[in-house]
Write a new protein. Structure first.
Length: 367
């Protein structure tokens, strides 16, 4: 596992004594909070073999163009995309059922902005290395994870054939059995989750249709180097995702990534003191919710790093969204003027960005 990990100050790669020392229960959930009787990532009815309160799995996925096509991500129940350093974005792939995860990857190192969505879910967090900021957050909450820098081939495998033509950082994978081995090695509990990814409608409720306009396609810039397009396919009722100008596919199936829900959330993004790593203010902001070829402007709140997302309509009423697979992009406020629905931009250009706003550091690379 000895490939170079140097971005964001440094990658945490100290001795195992620096690992979180708590037991495997993760973030302790309030005892008086009821356990949702649904899939915590999609809001849908529990699938075969699933039980209420089982912890989902969150896997950090390489999204650099050199890492494409990714493997197994079409099976994810949700994908969160956020900028890291050097203008590259990284995925957090969320799976509600740890026992049904196919081979997934390439797996990469963690960032604290993604981790802030892992903690409220009490998810099993799977990655290879961490920025110092992510490691500090793991230590602060004594959050036991599955980290390839410590578990190595117990929980990860190197695709030797792919390695012949790719850098090693683009070639590490995991799956249900490897994750189970890591859970056993680190004493991780399989249940104890009580928050859903989003505030979902009941599985048997009528669908909620966004009211502000048509969104036959959605386009925006997730970073300075990563443009995203999603096109609504009425036959499947899903948005099909493109990246880097081409269909983003799952290498295992050849299928294009498809989502019922699309959320684009704006956040204040600056740089951390090291001048390289992105720093997301995730307390709240504005954004858009898209479903069924329509869009609606929303507000969102998160607050503390352990709190789940809350959504609100234009009148300040709490908003519940439709069940199903979701794609969530959290992007800089400075990029909100780029977003377009059906080719039409709906936001005015923002005022000049404040000093310290995020931009790819000269010569930096996302490790």
């Amino acid at each position: 596992m000895a490939f170079s990990l140097t971005a964001c100050g440094r990658e945490a790669a100290s001795s195992s004594s620096s690992q979180p020392t708590a037991g495997g229960e993760g973030i302790v959930q309030p005892e008086d909070k009821p356990t949702p009787q649904v899939n915590l990532i999609t809001g849908e009815a529990l699938g075969e073999g699933m039980t209420p309160g089982q912890r989902p799995v969150a896997i950090m996925i390489n999204n650099a163009q050199a890492a494409l096509p990714q493997r197994g991500i079409g099976s994810a129940d949700a994908i969160l995309e956020m900028e890291t350093e050097g203008g590259v974005t990284r995925f957090l792939a969320l799976f509600a059922n740890a026992a049904s995860i196919p081979q997934v990857g390439p797996v990469r190192s963690s960032r604290d902005q993604h981790l802030q969505f892992v903690l409220p879910l009490n998810a099993i967090f799977v990655h290879i290395g961490s920025s110092i900021y992510a490691q500090n957050l793991l230590n602060q909450y004594q959050y036991q994870d599955i980290d390839g820098l410590y578990l190595g081939v117990t929980s990860f495998l190197l695709d030797e054939e792919r390695r012949k033509t790719r850098g090693q950082e683009h070639c590490w994978y995991t799956d249900a059995a490897l994750i189970a081995a890591g859970m056993e090695q680190n004493g991780l509990a399989a249940d104890g989750a009580k928050n859903t990814l989003l505030p979902f409608l009941s599985p048997d409720a009528s669908s909620m249709t966004p009211q502000d306009g048509d969104a036959p396609d959605i386009s925006f810039n997730a970073s300075a180097t990563t443009s995203v397009q999603l096109t609504y396919d009425a036959a499947s009722g899903t948005y099909l995702k493109n990246a880097y100008g081409s269909a983003q596919i799952d290498e295992s199936t050849g299928a294009q990534l498809a989502f019922r829900n699309v959320l684009v959330l704006f956040a204040t993004v600056t740089l951390k003191p090291d001048g390289n790593c992105t720093d997301f203010d995730l307390t709240g902001g504005e954004g858009y919710y898209c479903w069924g070829g329509k869009y609606q402007k929303i507000r969102w709140e998160k607050g503390d790093v352990t709190e789940p997302l809350r959504l609100f309509d234009a009148d300040g009423n709490e908003l519940s969204v439709n069940t199903g697979k979701s794609y969530i992009a959290v992007i800089s406020e400075t990029r909100r003027a780029d977003i377009a629905f059906g080719g039409l931009k709906v936001e005015a250009a923002p005022e000049a960005a404040a000093s310290g706003s995020a931009a790819p550091a000269s010569g930096s690379t996302a490790e």
